[in-house]
Ligand binder design. Structure first.
Ligand code: NIG
Ligand code: FE
Length: 411
């Protein structure tokens, strides 16, 4: 039986529970001073004091956590991890004042990455994907979501998802896949949204299902992309095919994406920069996780999603990076944490919950990971600080000195 004991810690901080924490509960974290943590067979076996050292099995590994704080590993619940090419020229265009949507209408944006992703080999995508995953692990990420949606044809959508599945198997952070063929309308289907969505349902989804390539389906519900009506029909079909649902909702315009997420009981609605009051209330009632993406607002120079208001109204909030080549070419957890506290009005405790347990809940994994509790996976990090309060206080810095996934040290 492989055992690991972490001793001499300065502290431990964690949210608690097997599901999403809503509203006030997001701020109620557990903090322990100088705890010992025992890990057995990749799971947290005990949390206690020095007595845990007494009955260790021979060959147990002892980790000295002197001066450090133990936290749950971070869960980045919204990324577009696997893609070809980059779009640094568009970033410069935006700095000169062009809008994200204007660039998209000129054939740049998502379509430009589609071209590069279609051209990329599976090996290339695997190589860049793995490098990104390793960089994420260095910042404490133990679970990451990966969306397809830069193929927009069967071959490339499946290629992206197969790469994500292989990445999951490589022993780094866990990769949870989302089928997002409905990320944009490909050039071949310009002006034929319904026909394209029907193609996805009839010609791509069955393969996703048979090869078990995704757990979630997602759609970009936005002006000039997919309408609420189209999204409703499409997501319902995906649900019938056994996928759980997510929506890119009310990112650039308020179309009522939040209401749709509530109506369909999506696991999460993501972005929500422009979501209206009624939609947000409906989400709270239906228990839909609000996944907020501060790096996207930062990079697009848009106002941040109203996290404070959402939490005060009782919603569950997760924070994620939205790592992608266009609107957020960064997977910086230190920046997510800093913006959560300094720009979105969240407390350090709420941010900790948002990047751990609520991230896990946005991926339907809150019963397995996202908190330091007996029985959960040993998905843990050590930060070089005496308390979790340093996460936002020492802003912009990577304080992670050890990342563990299922008891295995990744970094
Ligand atoms: O989540 N909003 C749509 N999708 C991405 C951006 C994709 C891109 O620009 O390549 C997002 O922001
Ligand atoms: Fe996104």
């Amino acid at each position: 039986m492989k055992e690991i004991l972490i001793r001499n810690l300065a502290s431990l901080a964690t949210p608690r529970g097997n599901g999403p924490q809503q509203g006030k509960a997001m701020g109620q974290i557990l903090e322990l001073q100088h705890p010992y943590v025992l890990i057995r067979e990749g799971k947290i076996a005990a949390i206690g004091g020095p007595e845990l050292e007494e009955n260790l099995s021979p060959g147990a590994m002892i980790l000295d956590g002197e001066g450090k704080t133990l936290l749950p590993g971070f869960v980045d619940a919204h990324t577009h991890l696997v893609f070809g090419g980059t779009r640094e020229e568009e970033f410069a265009m935006r700095l000169r004042g062009e809008s994200y949507m204007a660039i998209m209408e000129k054939g740049g944006g998502i379509r430009s990455t589609v071209k590069h992703t279609r051209e990329a080999s599976e090996e290339e995508l695997l190589k860049t994907g793995w490098a990104r995953l390793q960089a994420m692990a260095e910042q404490g990420v133990t679970t990451v979501e990966a969306k397809s949606g830069y193929g927009l044809d069967r071959e490339t959508e499946l290629k992206q998802l197969r790469v994500a599945k292989k990445l999951h198997g490589l022993g780094g952070p866990a990769v949870v896949s989302t089928f997002m063929g409905a990320h944009d309308i490909p050039e071949e289907y310009t002006g034929q949204n319904e026909a394209y969505l029907a193609y996805l349902v009839e010609e791509v989804l069955p393969f996703v299902r048979v090869e078990q390539l995704a757990e979630f389906a997602d759609i970009f519900t936005e002006k000039k992309v997919f309408s609420v009506e189209e999204s409703r029909v499409y997501l319902t079909q995906c649900q019938e095919a056994g996928l759980k649902l997510k929506i890119h909702a009310d990112e650039i315009h308020d179309l009522g994406g939040a209401q749709l997420a509530a109506e369909l009981h999506c696991v999460s609605a993501d972005h929500l920069l422009k979501a209206n009051e009624a939609g947000l209330k409906a989400m709270a009632k239906a228990g839909v996780m609000a996944v907020l993406l501060p790096l996207t607002a930062f990079s697009l120079k848009e106002p941040y999603a109203p996290a404070r208001k959402l939490i005060d109204e009782g919603l569950a909030v997760a924070l994620a990076t939205d790592f992608n080549p266009g609107s957020s070419f960064s997977h910086s957890m230190p920046l997510v944490i800093a913006l959560g506290c300094l720009q979105m009005g969240m407390t350090p405790e709420e941010v900790l919950t948002a990047v751990t347990l609520n991230g896990a809940a946005a991926l339907n994994r809150a019963h397995l990971t996202g908190s330091v509790e007996v029985g959960k996976a040993a998905d843990l990090i050590l930060i070089d600080a005496p308390s979790y309060r340093f996460l936002p206080y020492h802003f912009g810095m990577n304080q992670v000195v050890l990342t563990m996934k299922g008891g295995k040290i990744l970094y």
